[in-house]
Design a protein around this ligand. Structure first.
Ligand code: DI6
Ligand code: FE
Length: 402
């Protein structure tokens, strides 16, 4: 049993608010014990038995749950700066992909990079996120497209969690792109599904993801991957409605998806299907910005239907080379019209749900003691500034790690 640690003189955004607000508690204390939140509330209501606990005065700082980046591709080889240049010269993302660039070029680089080198590169990216108060990072495979490299990516992802004080959740994304020269159906049956089984057998998979798009896979092909996930007892999520609407969102919701990600082209039927299943809409403004998209996700429909929204970086070398979740929150507000409270819920409470994590994302008794103390007075400041990191202290599992 560890001793109780008492943080005092805080403004706490518990993010526990059925009405969608911050769940603000001014002049608050948080007691941490055994890696969990033991008590939170106004100092005036502090239980007598906590009165003697060692105190850490926090000088009026804001405390929030640890931030959660619920959608990243931070394990990958190489970069795509040349493609960035091509797009600036007028080529579209789809044209670049069809010309052999795009995802497939990162696949070559990732295959060629050793596990150790991939880990070293991924750690620098994880460190950038950790420095912004992130305590959980979702990491996808999907730049291997062969069994060996998909498993290598997932092993690297797991090793990030062993090397750093951060929780890693992995998603198998074998259905990310069709390898050069391959037939999509054959690829799914002969490579993707066996790789998923092998990765699962090694304990490398927390969820199964896919990319349903004209330049990737059809709903029917994704459906086969989801059936395999169900047979293995794994939850699913999907990149859907990013560039067009092929019906992937309805399919994903029908499979009980934890989340549907991108969702720019989602319409009323998709939103209704997500509401019915309880799938989270993961908004990825970094990709929208990078690709100069104009179709915005249907935020008003999500609100009306009660579909919770999360916000991620989608950190990847092509469509979202963005290493800042605070910037993603700012963009979700500025580009998509989220309120700062929705943006913060999107990187805490709802991001936890998008990963199926019931033990975090809010500050409440019994939840994991993953917290951030910020040098700001009010929570809207976290979304408001651009390129400013006001982190003061990051607490992971009850211990200060930054
Ligand atoms: N959608 C995305 O935004 C990323 N993957 C996906 O399915 C892009 C990945 C890349 O361009 O490398
Ligand atoms: Fe993605």
């Amino acid at each position: 049993m560890s001793e109780t640690r008492l943080l005092t003189d805080l403004n706490v955004a518990t993010m526990e608010d059925a009405a969608g607000g911050y769940g603000l508690v001014p002049d608050a204390c948080i007691a941490l014990k055994d890696g969990l939140v033991h008590w939170v509330g106004p100092e005036s209501a502090l239980p007598a038995e906590l009165g003697d606990a060692p105190r850490q005065p926090c000088e009026g700082r804001l405390a929030t749950p640890g931030l959660i980046d619920c959608h990243t591709h931070i394990v990958h080889g190489g970069n795509r700066a040349r493609e960035f240049e091509m797009r600036l010269e007028g080529a579209s993302y789809e044209e670049v992909a069809r010309a052999g660039g795009g995802i497939v070029s990162t696949v070559s680089a990732t295959r060629e990079t050793s596990e150790e080198a991939l880990l070293a590169q991924a750690l620098t990216r994880a460190d950038a996120l950790i420095a912004e108060g992130i305590t959980v990072i979702e990491v996808k495979s999907g730049y291997g497209l062969d069994r060996e490299t998909e498993l290598k990516m997932l092993r690297v992802a797991r090793r990030i969690g062993a090397e750093r004080p951060v929780e890693i959740r992995t998603s198998f994304l074998g259905a990310h792109a069709v390898p050069k020269g391959a037939d999509a159906d054959d690829y799914i049956d002969e490579v993707c599904l066996p790789a998923l089984e092998a990765a699962h057998a090694e304990g490398l998979v927390d969820a199964v993801d896919g990319f349903c798009e004209g330049i990737a896979f059809t709903p029917e092909q994704i459906g086969r991957v989801f059936d395999k996930a169900a047979a293995l007892g794994l939850p699913v999520k999907l990149h859907s409605d990013q560039l067009s609407n092929l019906g992937g969102t309805v399919l994903a919701a029908g499979h009980g998806a934890l989340s549907v990600d991108h969702v720019e082209y989602s319409g009323p039927e998709d939103v209704a299907a997500m509401a019915h299943t309880g799938s989270i809409a993961v908004l990825l403004p970094g990709a929208y910005y990078t690709l100069h998209e104009t179709q915005k996700p249907p935020v008003a429909l999500f609100r009306e239907a009660g579909v919770p929204m999360a916000v991620g970086t989608d950190w990847n070398p092509g469509s979202s080379p963005m290493g800042s979740l605070l910037l993603a929150m700012n963009m979700a507000c500025t580009l998509f019209g989220l309120t700062p409270a929705e943006a913060l819920a999107g990187t805490t409470r709802n991001a936890a749900r998008a990963l199926g994590l019931a033990d975090r994302g809010v500050i409440a008794p019994g939840k994991r003691a993953d917290l951030v103390l910020w040098d700001v007075g009010e929570p809207a400041e976290l979304s408001y500034r651009i390129g400013v990191n006001p982190l003061h202290e990051r607490i992971f599992g009850g211990k200060t790690w930054l």
